[in-house]
Design a protein around this ligand. Sequence first.
Ligand SMILES: [Zn+2]
Ligand SMILES: [Zn+2]
Length: 294
Amino acid sequence: MDFYALAWSAGLSLLFFILVFRPLELVFPAKPGQRFFRPAWFTDLCFFLGQYFLWGGLVLWILSHFNGWLDEIVSQTFRHAVASQPWWLQAIEVVLLSDLITYWGHRLQHRVGFLWRFHAVHHSAEHLDWLAAHREHPLDSIYTIGLVNLPAFVLGFPIETLAGFIAFRGLWAIYIHSNVRLPTGPLRILLGAPELHHWHHARDAGNAGNYGNISPLLDILFGTHTCPNHEPEHFGLNEPAPSGYLGYLLQPFLPAKRKDDQLSPTAGETDTAPSQEVDSILADEARSSFRTVP
Ligand SMILES: [Zn+2]
Ligand SMILES: [Zn+2]
């Protein structure tokens, strides 16, 4: 895609998100009074533009190679058996499997120090809104998008037929970061909501729980669901932020200060010993009354 096409696509998307999400944030604010140009707005705009101009094409290129590699190792007999099912059954299978894999993949991002280094960039946002949803390290995006689409790749779904599903997931991810709290009532058991994901980003709650994306059912099933009836006081990490977009891109590669241990109370458990800071955060978590994460 040439530069002008990318610029049109980025500009139209930006306009669409502002027109859809900004009125919602004004009418149903989760944190009333949060300004449109809140702190770090420009940094998050860089993440947004980076996704469109720098990383989107790279992510698609890597995923198509990943898909080609899976094509070679999955048997054609299996593919034919899958394809012979009714289309609606295949669609349900893909959605359910994709949610299950995303849930556990997300938990791993918080457990494995190496994955947390990249995922921590997303959790560094101190203000949540539709734009903050784009704060994601490109390697973290490849991991997440790869997992979301893994069942479709393995089952042999052509990417074109999944375009709607992928677009919906993308829009949903932006919605759950928006500064919105809608009165969804009993639907909250079935459908995820911004408040659930906001608690996933809560700074003093250990940045854990509510790993599901579209539905909270897996969180309820695996005991990681949490939803107090108010917003978290603070988002982000107990750690000084790098300066600017480039700093965030480089941060996961820096060897400094056993950072992957310090950033997340649950990170590093599989490959490094917990530091004193982690112990103290875990102790705080144990005292917390709403936490249901084991
Ligand atoms: Zn997370
Ligand atoms: Zn998030």
